[in-house]
Design a protein around this ligand. Structure first.
Ligand SMILES: C=C(C)C(=O)SCCNC(=O)CCNC(=O)[C@H](O)C(C)(C)COP(=O)(O)OP(=O)(O)OC[C@H]1O[C@@H](n2cnc3c(N)ncnc32)[C@H](O)[C@@H]1OP(=O)(O)O
Length: 295
Protein backbone atom coordinates (compact mmCIF):
# COMPACT_ATOMS: atom_id res chain seq x y z
CA UNK A 1 0.00 0.00 0.00
CA UNK A 2 1.14 3.51 -0.64
CA UNK A 3 2.14 5.37 2.50
CA UNK A 4 -0.23 7.79 4.14
CA UNK A 5 1.93 10.56 2.71
CA UNK A 6 1.66 9.23 -0.83
CA UNK A 7 -2.06 8.70 -0.47
CA UNK A 8 -2.71 12.13 0.90
CA UNK A 9 -0.60 13.65 -1.87
CA UNK A 10 -2.92 11.93 -4.33
CA UNK A 11 -6.03 12.87 -2.40
CA UNK A 12 -5.16 16.47 -1.82
CA UNK A 13 -3.06 17.18 -4.84
CA UNK A 14 -0.38 18.88 -2.83
CA UNK A 15 2.65 17.97 -0.89
CA UNK A 16 1.78 16.25 2.33
CA UNK A 17 4.68 15.48 4.57
CA UNK A 18 4.99 13.51 7.71
CA UNK A 19 4.32 15.97 10.49
CA UNK A 20 7.36 14.74 12.35
CA UNK A 21 9.65 15.51 9.49
CA UNK A 22 8.39 18.90 8.47
CA UNK A 23 9.77 22.25 9.51
CA UNK A 24 7.67 24.81 11.38
CA UNK A 25 5.37 26.89 9.19
CA UNK A 26 5.78 24.48 6.31
CA UNK A 27 2.28 25.38 5.22
CA UNK A 28 0.27 22.32 4.43
CA UNK A 29 1.05 20.09 7.37
CA UNK A 30 0.63 21.25 10.90
CA UNK A 31 3.87 21.09 12.83
CA UNK A 32 3.88 19.51 16.24
CA UNK A 33 6.86 21.03 17.97
CA UNK A 34 6.79 18.38 20.66
CA UNK A 35 5.87 15.52 18.31
CA UNK A 36 7.54 12.34 19.45
CA UNK A 37 9.50 10.15 17.06
CA UNK A 38 6.98 7.37 16.56
CA UNK A 39 8.22 3.97 15.49
CA UNK A 40 5.00 2.05 14.98
CA UNK A 41 2.62 4.69 13.65
CA UNK A 42 2.70 7.69 11.35
CA UNK A 43 0.73 10.86 11.93
CA UNK A 44 -0.28 13.66 9.62
CA UNK A 45 -2.73 16.51 9.57
CA UNK A 46 -4.76 16.29 6.37
CA UNK A 47 -7.82 17.68 4.65
CA UNK A 48 -8.40 20.90 2.74
CA UNK A 49 -8.82 22.76 6.02
CA UNK A 50 -6.00 20.86 7.73
CA UNK A 51 -8.36 19.79 10.45
CA UNK A 52 -8.24 15.99 10.24
CA UNK A 53 -5.73 14.07 12.31
CA UNK A 54 -4.63 10.98 10.41
CA UNK A 55 -2.93 8.09 12.18
CA UNK A 56 -1.57 5.17 10.20
CA UNK A 57 -0.62 2.01 12.06
CA UNK A 58 2.77 1.11 10.66
CA UNK A 59 4.22 -2.20 11.75
CA UNK A 60 4.23 -3.95 8.39
CA UNK A 61 6.33 -6.98 9.39
CA UNK A 62 3.70 -8.06 11.91
CA UNK A 63 0.59 -6.97 9.96
CA UNK A 64 0.20 -4.12 12.45
CA UNK A 65 -0.14 -6.50 15.38
CA UNK A 66 -0.93 -4.27 18.32
CA UNK A 67 2.10 -4.59 20.57
CA UNK A 68 2.25 -2.40 23.65
CA UNK A 69 4.70 0.17 22.17
CA UNK A 70 2.36 0.60 19.19
CA UNK A 71 -0.61 1.12 21.45
CA UNK A 72 1.24 3.57 23.68
CA UNK A 73 2.09 5.60 20.57
CA UNK A 74 -1.43 5.32 19.20
CA UNK A 75 -2.89 6.46 22.52
CA UNK A 76 -0.54 9.41 22.67
CA UNK A 77 -1.33 10.44 19.09
CA UNK A 78 -5.07 10.25 19.79
CA UNK A 79 -4.75 12.23 23.03
CA UNK A 80 -2.62 14.88 21.28
CA UNK A 81 -5.10 15.28 18.42
CA UNK A 82 -7.97 15.33 20.92
CA UNK A 83 -6.32 18.24 22.77
CA UNK A 84 -5.58 20.19 19.59
CA UNK A 85 -8.35 22.72 18.90
CA UNK A 86 -7.52 22.81 15.19
CA UNK A 87 -8.37 19.12 14.77
CA UNK A 88 -12.04 18.28 14.14
CA UNK A 89 -11.87 14.49 13.78
CA UNK A 90 -9.35 11.67 13.83
CA UNK A 91 -8.92 8.89 11.27
CA UNK A 92 -7.14 5.65 12.15
CA UNK A 93 -6.02 3.44 9.29
CA UNK A 94 -3.57 0.65 8.58
CA UNK A 95 -2.18 -0.76 5.34
CA UNK A 96 -3.90 -2.36 2.38
CA UNK A 97 -3.05 -5.79 3.77
CA UNK A 98 -3.92 -5.20 7.40
CA UNK A 99 -5.70 -2.66 9.53
CA UNK A 100 -4.37 -4.76 12.43
CA UNK A 101 -4.04 -8.53 12.84
CA UNK A 102 -4.82 -8.37 16.54
CA UNK A 103 -2.97 -8.02 19.78
CA UNK A 104 0.61 -9.19 19.48
CA UNK A 105 0.55 -12.95 20.09
CA UNK A 106 4.35 -13.16 20.38
CA UNK A 107 4.38 -10.40 22.98
CA UNK A 108 1.68 -11.99 25.14
CA UNK A 109 2.70 -15.62 24.70
CA UNK A 110 4.35 -15.84 28.13
CA UNK A 111 1.96 -13.57 30.02
CA UNK A 112 0.37 -15.00 33.14
CA UNK A 113 -2.90 -14.23 34.84
CA UNK A 114 -1.03 -12.41 37.51
CA UNK A 115 1.16 -10.40 35.10
CA UNK A 116 -1.94 -9.39 33.11
CA UNK A 117 -3.69 -8.38 36.28
CA UNK A 118 -0.82 -6.51 37.87
CA UNK A 119 0.27 -4.81 34.65
CA UNK A 120 -3.26 -3.91 33.51
CA UNK A 121 -2.77 -5.69 30.16
CA UNK A 122 -4.43 -3.72 27.31
CA UNK A 123 -5.23 -0.81 29.62
CA UNK A 124 -3.75 1.70 27.15
CA UNK A 125 -6.70 1.00 24.85
CA UNK A 126 -8.89 3.23 27.01
CA UNK A 127 -7.10 6.29 25.55
CA UNK A 128 -9.04 5.71 22.33
CA UNK A 129 -12.44 5.21 23.94
CA UNK A 130 -11.92 8.30 26.12
CA UNK A 131 -11.36 10.56 23.11
CA UNK A 132 -13.98 13.33 22.95
CA UNK A 133 -13.61 13.91 19.21
CA UNK A 134 -15.00 11.61 16.54
CA UNK A 135 -12.59 8.80 15.69
CA UNK A 136 -13.16 7.02 12.39
CA UNK A 137 -11.61 3.71 11.40
CA UNK A 138 -10.64 3.23 7.74
CA UNK A 139 -10.21 -0.53 7.50
CA UNK A 140 -8.46 -2.25 4.62
CA UNK A 141 -7.30 -5.85 4.92
CA UNK A 142 -7.37 -7.82 8.17
CA UNK A 143 -9.11 -6.40 11.24
CA UNK A 144 -8.82 -9.40 13.50
CA UNK A 145 -9.05 -9.86 17.23
CA UNK A 146 -7.72 -6.64 18.74
CA UNK A 147 -7.78 -5.15 15.23
CA UNK A 148 -11.54 -5.64 15.03
CA UNK A 149 -11.83 -4.39 18.61
CA UNK A 150 -9.80 -1.29 17.79
CA UNK A 151 -12.13 -0.58 14.85
CA UNK A 152 -15.11 -1.02 17.18
CA UNK A 153 -13.57 1.42 19.67
CA UNK A 154 -13.87 4.01 16.93
CA UNK A 155 -17.12 5.90 16.36
CA UNK A 156 -17.61 5.02 12.71
CA UNK A 157 -16.10 2.21 10.63
CA UNK A 158 -15.57 2.56 6.88
CA UNK A 159 -14.10 -0.45 5.09
CA UNK A 160 -12.34 -1.26 1.85
CA UNK A 161 -14.08 -4.02 -0.10
CA UNK A 162 -11.34 -6.56 0.68
CA UNK A 163 -11.44 -6.00 4.43
CA UNK A 164 -11.84 -9.04 6.67
CA UNK A 165 -13.15 -8.81 10.20
CA UNK A 166 -13.04 -11.49 12.86
CA UNK A 167 -12.47 -12.42 16.47
CA UNK A 168 -10.19 -15.45 16.07
CA UNK A 169 -8.95 -15.52 19.68
CA UNK A 170 -10.78 -18.83 20.20
CA UNK A 171 -8.28 -20.41 17.75
CA UNK A 172 -5.42 -19.58 20.11
CA UNK A 173 -7.13 -20.66 23.30
CA UNK A 174 -8.39 -17.36 24.62
CA UNK A 175 -11.29 -14.96 24.19
CA UNK A 176 -11.51 -11.37 22.95
CA UNK A 177 -10.03 -9.12 25.61
CA UNK A 178 -10.50 -5.58 24.35
CA UNK A 179 -14.24 -5.37 23.97
CA UNK A 180 -15.03 -8.05 21.36
CA UNK A 181 -17.53 -9.92 23.50
CA UNK A 182 -19.22 -6.68 24.59
CA UNK A 183 -19.10 -4.30 21.64
CA UNK A 184 -19.66 -6.83 18.85
CA UNK A 185 -23.12 -7.97 20.12
CA UNK A 186 -24.08 -4.32 20.40
CA UNK A 187 -23.18 -3.84 16.74
CA UNK A 188 -24.50 -7.08 15.22
CA UNK A 189 -26.77 -8.77 17.80
CA UNK A 190 -26.20 -11.85 19.92
CA UNK A 191 -26.52 -14.66 17.37
CA UNK A 192 -24.05 -13.22 14.85
CA UNK A 193 -21.64 -12.11 17.57
CA UNK A 194 -21.72 -15.61 19.09
CA UNK A 195 -21.08 -17.14 15.69
CA UNK A 196 -18.11 -14.86 15.05
CA UNK A 197 -16.60 -15.26 18.54
CA UNK A 198 -17.22 -19.02 18.91
CA UNK A 199 -16.05 -20.05 15.42
CA UNK A 200 -13.23 -17.58 14.87
CA UNK A 201 -14.46 -17.30 11.27
CA UNK A 202 -13.75 -14.13 9.30
CA UNK A 203 -16.46 -12.02 7.71
CA UNK A 204 -15.91 -9.88 4.64
CA UNK A 205 -16.59 -6.18 4.28
CA UNK A 206 -19.99 -6.57 2.62
CA UNK A 207 -21.20 -9.00 5.28
CA UNK A 208 -19.90 -6.61 7.93
CA UNK A 209 -21.84 -3.79 6.30
CA UNK A 210 -25.01 -5.90 6.16
CA UNK A 211 -24.64 -6.71 9.85
CA UNK A 212 -24.23 -3.07 10.80
CA UNK A 213 -20.61 -3.36 11.90
CA UNK A 214 -19.45 -1.17 9.04
CA UNK A 215 -21.19 1.99 7.79
CA UNK A 216 -19.97 1.94 4.20
CA UNK A 217 -17.73 -0.09 1.90
CA UNK A 218 -15.50 1.47 -0.75
CA UNK A 219 -13.01 0.27 -3.35
CA UNK A 220 -9.68 -0.31 -1.61
CA UNK A 221 -7.95 2.67 -3.18
CA UNK A 222 -10.83 5.06 -2.42
CA UNK A 223 -11.25 4.16 1.24
CA UNK A 224 -8.89 6.66 2.82
CA UNK A 225 -10.07 9.51 0.61
CA UNK A 226 -13.72 8.78 1.46
CA UNK A 227 -12.93 8.50 5.16
CA UNK A 228 -11.10 11.82 5.17
CA UNK A 229 -14.09 13.33 3.30
CA UNK A 230 -16.34 12.07 6.09
CA UNK A 231 -14.06 13.54 8.75
CA UNK A 232 -14.04 16.87 6.88
CA UNK A 233 -17.83 16.83 6.65
CA UNK A 234 -18.05 16.36 10.42
CA UNK A 235 -15.47 19.12 10.71
CA UNK A 236 -17.87 21.65 9.17
CA UNK A 237 -19.97 21.53 12.34
CA UNK A 238 -19.42 23.05 15.76
CA UNK A 239 -16.75 20.95 17.52
CA UNK A 240 -18.50 21.56 20.83
CA UNK A 241 -21.83 20.27 19.56
CA UNK A 242 -20.17 17.34 17.75
CA UNK A 243 -18.62 16.33 21.06
CA UNK A 244 -21.98 16.51 22.83
CA UNK A 245 -23.67 14.51 20.05
CA UNK A 246 -20.99 11.81 20.36
CA UNK A 247 -21.49 11.65 24.13
CA UNK A 248 -25.24 11.33 23.70
CA UNK A 249 -25.01 8.50 21.13
CA UNK A 250 -22.44 6.67 23.26
CA UNK A 251 -24.78 6.86 26.23
CA UNK A 252 -27.18 4.60 24.33
CA UNK A 253 -24.69 1.77 24.97
CA UNK A 254 -24.49 2.41 28.68
CA UNK A 255 -28.02 2.70 29.95
CA UNK A 256 -31.73 1.98 29.73
CA UNK A 257 -33.88 3.76 27.13
CA UNK A 258 -35.56 5.87 29.78
CA UNK A 259 -32.37 7.16 31.37
CA UNK A 260 -30.74 7.48 27.94
CA UNK A 261 -33.59 9.72 26.85
CA UNK A 262 -33.16 11.78 30.01
CA UNK A 263 -29.45 12.07 29.30
CA UNK A 264 -30.19 13.15 25.74
CA UNK A 265 -32.68 15.74 26.93
CA UNK A 266 -30.22 17.31 29.35
CA UNK A 267 -27.53 17.47 26.65
CA UNK A 268 -30.07 18.86 24.17
CA UNK A 269 -31.19 21.53 26.66
CA UNK A 270 -27.52 22.19 27.34
CA UNK A 271 -26.85 23.05 23.69
CA UNK A 272 -29.09 26.08 24.27
CA UNK A 273 -26.42 27.43 26.61
CA UNK A 274 -23.89 27.51 23.76
CA UNK A 275 -23.05 30.29 21.33
CA UNK A 276 -22.84 27.76 18.50
CA UNK A 277 -26.47 26.65 18.93
CA UNK A 278 -27.55 30.29 18.73
CA UNK A 279 -25.34 30.89 15.70
CA UNK A 280 -26.58 27.72 13.94
CA UNK A 281 -30.25 28.65 14.25
CA UNK A 282 -29.64 32.33 13.49
CA UNK A 283 -27.65 31.43 10.37
CA UNK A 284 -30.48 29.16 9.20
CA UNK A 285 -33.04 31.95 9.60
CA UNK A 286 -30.75 34.49 7.94
CA UNK A 287 -30.13 32.02 5.08
CA UNK A 288 -26.35 32.04 5.45
CA UNK A 289 -23.66 29.56 6.46
CA UNK A 290 -23.06 29.35 10.21
CA UNK A 291 -19.80 30.56 11.66
CA UNK A 292 -19.22 28.27 14.59
CA UNK A 293 -16.80 29.34 17.32
CA UNK A 294 -16.61 26.16 19.42
CA UNK A 295 -18.27 28.04 22.26
C1 LIG B 1 -7.03 -9.08 21.90
C2 LIG B 1 -6.52 -10.32 21.62
C3 LIG B 1 -6.43 -11.32 22.70
C4 LIG B 1 -6.06 -10.66 20.28
O1 LIG B 1 -6.15 -9.85 19.41
S1 LIG B 1 -5.36 -12.20 19.98
C5 LIG B 1 -4.85 -12.15 18.28
C6 LIG B 1 -5.98 -12.32 17.32
N1 LIG B 1 -5.50 -12.34 15.98
C7 LIG B 1 -5.18 -13.47 15.33
O2 LIG B 1 -5.30 -14.56 15.86
C8 LIG B 1 -4.69 -13.33 13.92
C9 LIG B 1 -3.27 -13.89 13.81
N2 LIG B 1 -2.77 -13.79 12.47
C10 LIG B 1 -3.17 -14.63 11.47
O3 LIG B 1 -4.02 -15.48 11.63
C11 LIG B 1 -2.51 -14.49 10.13
O4 LIG B 1 -1.30 -13.76 10.33
C12 LIG B 1 -3.36 -13.74 9.09
C13 LIG B 1 -3.84 -12.40 9.62
C14 LIG B 1 -4.54 -14.60 8.68
C15 LIG B 1 -2.49 -13.43 7.84
O5 LIG B 1 -1.88 -14.60 7.37
P1 LIG B 1 -0.67 -14.51 6.33
O6 LIG B 1 -1.04 -13.56 5.23
O7 LIG B 1 -0.31 -15.89 5.97
O8 LIG B 1 0.51 -13.78 7.12
P2 LIG B 1 1.42 -14.40 8.25
O9 LIG B 1 2.65 -14.99 7.65
O10 LIG B 1 0.64 -15.26 9.19
O11 LIG B 1 1.80 -13.07 9.07
C16 LIG B 1 2.87 -12.20 8.68
C17 LIG B 1 3.70 -11.92 9.91
O12 LIG B 1 2.89 -11.23 10.85
C18 LIG B 1 2.91 -11.90 12.10
N3 LIG B 1 1.62 -11.75 12.76
C19 LIG B 1 0.39 -11.80 12.20
N4 LIG B 1 -0.55 -11.63 13.14
C20 LIG B 1 0.11 -11.47 14.31
C21 LIG B 1 -0.31 -11.24 15.65
N5 LIG B 1 -1.61 -11.10 15.98
N6 LIG B 1 0.64 -11.15 16.60
C22 LIG B 1 1.94 -11.24 16.29
N7 LIG B 1 2.39 -11.43 15.05
C23 LIG B 1 1.49 -11.56 14.07
C24 LIG B 1 3.18 -13.36 11.73
O13 LIG B 1 3.69 -14.06 12.84
C25 LIG B 1 4.17 -13.19 10.61
O14 LIG B 1 5.43 -12.90 11.17
P3 LIG B 1 6.75 -13.76 10.70
O15 LIG B 1 6.90 -13.39 9.26
O16 LIG B 1 7.82 -13.23 11.59
O17 LIG B 1 6.40 -15.18 10.89
Amino acid sequence: MASVSALTRVILGKTALNARAVAPNAGFVKFYSAAPAYENIKTEVVGSKKNVGLIQLHRPKALNALCKPLFVELGKAVVDFDKDDSIAAIVITGSEKAFAAGADIKEMQNNTYSSNNKGGFLREWEDISNCGKPVIAAVNGFALGGGCELAMLCDIIYAGEKAKFGQPEINIGTIPGAGGTQRLPRYVGKSKAMEIVLTGNFIDAHEAEKMGLVSKVFPVDKLLEETINLAERIGTHSPLIVKLAKQAVNQAYETTLKSGLQFEKSIFYGTFATEDRKEGMTAFIEKRAPNFKNE
